[in-house]
Design a protein around this ligand. Structure first.
Ligand code: NAD
Length: 350
């Protein structure tokens, strides 16, 4: 009887244990494989742009999606000034629920998991959009997400040189410290974004600033570069000068959401884009030549959290992690919710 099954709670500590136990390369492998499989069955999902609640300092978003078996949603915020208050810019949690009954099966942290899934998604896109011989990446924005991006590109795509830039030198120093023991990865600190992109095969922008920032201008983009633009992910929050988007082919996760939130919010409504799933399932081309500029205008889509929640839940099950949570009353008689109060009163009698 699935109705009596308690919801499993997967904490941040559990996810940290999963990362330690499996190792980052193996976990990223699993995530990318699951993401690719789910993106290839794109038409099976019930999709909608996320629901955003904006305030002057940030945004709180709900991201729902479902296939025939499982419904999921993520709660996530984006408040770029949070680090000044001692809080992360991005915090998240999410749920997996059974479509047939609506029973919430899993409640999980998604802050660490978002960093993992965003990096895995970036790599999934770069595999079909970046030049296969790419070895050097500019990493602009060295905050909470950045090490995950760095490691995903290193382990999955063979990036062995990172050219780093952040307006906050302490953020870059933190990244260098955190990655100091990764073998075969050269880190170079750059004084400007322009210096960081010099000679890079891939440019990742993952900055946090609620403004139409111009982190990359068209004259900084060399032939053959792949741009992984991750930080521009809400209205009024962009990273690329609009002319950059004319330099190459633009790829998005889910067009209706990216038109609102991505760097392409700066472009006319008919500006051409390709949804990534079409490239992954083979109906549209990815990179066409070694000279072409490709741009992944990433905003983060609910399917990525659906896939990641499954991977994390399976790993937690394998490792015996997670705690049962009394999120839904476990009633002997489903119609007797009031009577449930009586049973809990008896249970807690001293
Ligand atoms: P963070 O606040 O920890 O780090 C952001 C870093 O960007 C900071 O170190 C800041 O100093 C730096 N920065 C700001 N403006 C800059 C500029 N003009 N040039 C260089 N550096 C600059 O935030 P985070 O958790 O690392 O997230 C980074 C961004 O990625 C946020 O905007 C977040 O909303 C976005 N994000 C996107 C996705 C996605 O799926 N697309 C997922 C997660 C986070």
């Amino acid at each position: 009887m699935s109705h009596a099954t308690p919801t499993m709670f997967i904490s941040t500590l559990d996810v940290a244990t999963i990362i330690r136990s499996l190792g980052m390369p193996a976990l990223l492998n699993r995530l990318v494989a699951r993401l690719e499989a789910d993106f290839r069955r794109w038409p099976e999902f019930d999709k909608a742009p996320r629901l955003a609640s904006h305030s002057p300092g940030g945004v709180i978003e709900l991201m729902p999606i479902a296939d025939a078996r499982t419904y999921s949603f993520k709660y996530v915020n984006g408040h770029p000034a949070n680090p000044l208050l001692g809080l992360p810019t991005v915090m998240a949690f999410g749920v997996l629920a059974e479509v047939a009954t609506g029973l919430p099966q899993v409640l999980s942290e998604l802050t660490l998991t978002t960093a993992l899934r965003t990096a895995a998604t970036s790599v999934m896109a770069a595999r079909v959009l970046a030049r296969p011989d790419a070895r050097c990446m500019a990493l602009i924005g060295n905050g909470a997400q950045s090490e995950f991006q760095a490691l995903a590109f290193h382990y999955q795509l063979g990036i062995d040189r990172l050219q780093l830039y952040d307006i906050d030198q302490a953020a870059t120093a933190k990244l260098v410290h955190n990655l100091r023991t990764v073998p075969m990865l050269t880190l170079e600190i750059c004084a400007t974004a322009r210096a960081a992109v010099q000679g890079a095969d891939i440019i990742t922008t993952i900055t946090g600033d609620k403004s139409n920032a111009t982190v990359i201008t068209a004259d900084m983009v060399e032939a053959g570069v792949h741009i992984n633009a991750v930080g521009g992910d809400c209205p009024g929050k962009t990273e690329l000068q609009p002319q950059v988007l004319h330099r190459g082919a633009v790829f998005v996760e889910y067009e209706p959401q990216t038109r609102i939130e991505g760097d392409i919010q700066q472009m006319p409504r008919d500006f051409p884009v390709t949804e990534l799933w079409q490239v992954l399932e083979g109906s549209r081309p990815g990179r066409r030549s070694s000279e072409q500029v490709t741009i992944f205008d990433s905003v983060g889509f609910a399917l990525e959290d659906f896939s990641s929640l499954h991977v994390i839940n399976e790993a937690a099950g394998d490792l015996g992690l997670g705690q049962p949570l009394a999120l839904v009353p476990n009633q002997a008689n489903p119609k007797d919710l009031f009577g449930y109060l009586e049973t809990t009163r008896q249970r807690h009698r001293p």
